[in-house]
Design a binder for this molecule. Structure first.
Ligand SMILES: [Zn+2]
Length: 325
């Protein structure tokens, strides 16, 4: 019996912005809607990971922003997607392309966010493991001082550096100083050019111990190494988890995955990790849009937690960690 109509690799390769935007906004009514929804893992601008990893199969719904009026058009589509899912605030992943004028890779996100009405969007800056020279770090600190970013992101695996590489350490210290967390990509990568050994969640234990004043987020709960990630989180009070990208696809593909039992089995697998951690107050909702329709993914994450814990996972935990109002 075939349970997966397509593999996750195939799904990722087949995704296009046209298929996702619009379809997902009309996705099933919010079975488990909460008054507030904060999505801590959005890509509203290209991360340029495909360029740095040589993987052409990554979806690039952002190409239209190269055309005149493109930011406006895509902005209207993204706003429809976010508001249709009930998202009130969102955190936006950075580009891996940086410059002196944009040392944290946030300019495209900020430009795009201006054209997305009705949702409070915040930028996440790039921790670039090759840029720890003092001049660069001075420019980084100036951005952090201005309050323009709510977190830093390290693209583990895609960039071939371990989390404890010397190049990341200054960023961990700055994050503690400015009271913002550092988010790591952990687990499976959407690129054959990426190296998994850098993205295993167990590696975060070492820096969680060495940098006790910095908060760290394991994006994707280390999938498929969920129990390893759960152990790192259970032991270290400064480690949090975002639950994005356990399933990817269009709204139609999500409906198929519900019918075939894939959603149920995935939820069970994640719940094993959540139960190991014994508390839900450091779990965060993230969709990894445009890889998944937000409304459909929200309904999947809702199944991972009892009703009385959902407000925390969908909003309150993120408010505490990122100091959002
Ligand atoms: Zn992502």
């Amino acid at each position: 019996m075939t349970t997966f109509p397509l593999s996750r690799r195939d799904l990722l390769a087949s995704l296009s912005s046209a298929a996702l935007v619009g379809l997902s906004a009309s996705a099933a009514a919010a079975e488990n809607a909460t008054p507030e929804l904060i999505d801590v893992h959005l890509h509203i601008a290209s991360s340029r990971l495909s360029r740095s990893t040589g993987n052409e199969a990554l979806p690039e719904p952002f190409d239209q922003t190269l055309q005149p009026g493109g930011f406006e058009r895509l902005g209207a589509q993204i706003a429809q997607e976010l508001r249709g899912a009930g998202v009130t605030q969102g955190l936006c992943m950075p580009s891996t392309e940086i410059s002196d004028a944009d040392p944290l890779g946030i300019q495209r996100s900020l430009t795009q966010a201006k054209h997305i009405a009705g949702v409070k969007l915040h930028a996440i800056g790039l921790a670039h493991p090759e840029r720890f020279d003092l001049d660069h770090l001075k420019r980084v600190e100036a951005v952090l001082e201005s309050g323009a970013v709510k977190a830093l992101k390290a693209y583990l695996g895609y960039l071939h550096y371990d989390p404890y590489s010397v190049g990341y350490r200054a960023y961990f210290r700055l994050a503690a100083k400015y009271k913002i967390p550092v988010i790591f990509h952990t687990g499976d990568t959407n690129s054959e050019r990426a190296k998994l050994k850098h993205a295993h969640p167990l590696a975060i234990d070492e820096i969680a111990v060495d940098f006790p004043h910095t908060n760290f987020v394991l994006a994707h709960f280390g999938n498929p190494w969920v129990l390893d990630a759960a152990q790192v989180m259970y032991k270290n009070p400064n480690v949090w988890v975002d639950l994005s990208a356990f399933l990817v696809g269009t709204a139609e593909q999500f409906a198929t995955m519900h019918q075939s039992g894939v959603v149920e089995r995935t939820v069970e697998r994640v719940r094993e990790g959540i139960e190991f951690v014994e508390a839900s107050d450091r779990f965060l909702f993230g969709s990894d849009w445009p890889l998944a329709p937000i409304a459909a993914y929200r309904d999947v994450v809702a199944k991972m937690f009892p009703a009385n814990e959902r407000a925390g996972v969908f909003a309150d935990n993120a408010k505490r960690l990122f100091r959002l109002s």
